[in-house]
Design a protein around this ligand. Sequence first.
Ligand code: AMP
Ligand code: MG
Length: 410
Amino acid sequence: MLTVSEALSAVMATVQHGPVVEISLTDALGQVLAESVVSDVDSPPFDKALMDGYALRATDVGGRFELEVIEEVTAGRLPTRTVGPGQATRIMTGAPIPAGADAVVPVEDTDFQSNDETSLYGRVTIRKSIKCVSGQFILKQGAAVQRGAQVMAAGRVLRAQEIAALAELGYARVRVVRRPRIAILATGDELVPVSEIPGPGQIRNSNEPMLAAQVQQAGAEAVCLGVAKDERTVLGERIRTGLKSDFLLLSGGVSAGKLDLVPSELAAAGVQQVFHKIQMKPGKPLWFGMLPPAEGCSPCYVFGLPGNPVSSMVCCELFVRAAIRQWSGLEPVIPAPRTARLGHSILVSNNRPTYHPARFDWAAEGPIVSIVDWIGSSDLCATVDANCMVCFPAGDHEWKAGEMLEIILW
Ligand code: AMP
Ligand code: MG
């Protein structure tokens, strides 16, 4: 049986990078960048004023306090006159600095007289207490980004700030990794759709909406295929439909029960097993494999997730999420777990590493984690109160309040 980290390595070694598509920047939120973004302009593209005020020669301030205003430049306009000694140009934030000027004095530090008939724009007096240094309130051309500089590398999720930077650099369209399409197929004779009232011995198919939500949270597109009964013909048929997607997630039917038909039906459909069963709790029966690419068809990566809802959820969070990140080229594929201080003592007795639903909060002494009441892998409602899982290594151990443990946020 593989360890969790061996299984993650196997997933990463199997899943190939997804295809790249070009989309409009307006559709790019949450997508993964697939190109290196290089600036073809300086930012800012010209020396620009950072204040509304007067562009002038810094050496004039302190000596000559009254200056002739020779021009007014607002943002979007170009200066036409060079600022000489004893002169200033009235300037607005974002406007280009005129030649000759090397500083801006904010309007609040000046007094303006407009009734001076010798000057078209009047005269301005710089207040005596004001100091002025060369370069003040000017953002030099290329100070933020120089033409030719790489602004971001491939492999990051596009958030509002990346989208703004792409917009500034003129990327009206951007190359991203296509979101993977993930088919979800629940298996089990006992399952009824969520909208139905379960009859005797039946339960609702909660795994389908759960897995759909999880893969969407991880940046994929969910394709729900409903429920396949534990019967070879229907199961085989639905598996073949699912294999047309980039990924197929099955839930249930991967343990050792009489009707656990999933591994054999996957094999019959040509899916090659990479691993079956891992040293973890919950989630031990996890199955992973791949339908190799054939002519005209891309590969399909297949996870047989355990039917128990929390097992399915934990396996999806650990392994399916890693597979989606690998497909998308997201770096790092496995984000480093956080650590938090245990908020209470607890005696843990496990023969396998255990992922326990827990609550992570900020306390005065730093991040703190407390496990939630949980009766095992079918206890879905416990996960509603949880916002992380805490990882207990295998073995019998009495954990003391204050000890540090790894957690994975949910
Ligand atoms: P299995 O892995 O098929 O042996 O199922 C293990 C447990 O999970 C059983 O109690 C099933 O009834 C339950 N289960 C299986 N599939 C689902 C599902 N889609 N939604 C909720 N519970 C499920
Ligand atoms: Mg079953």
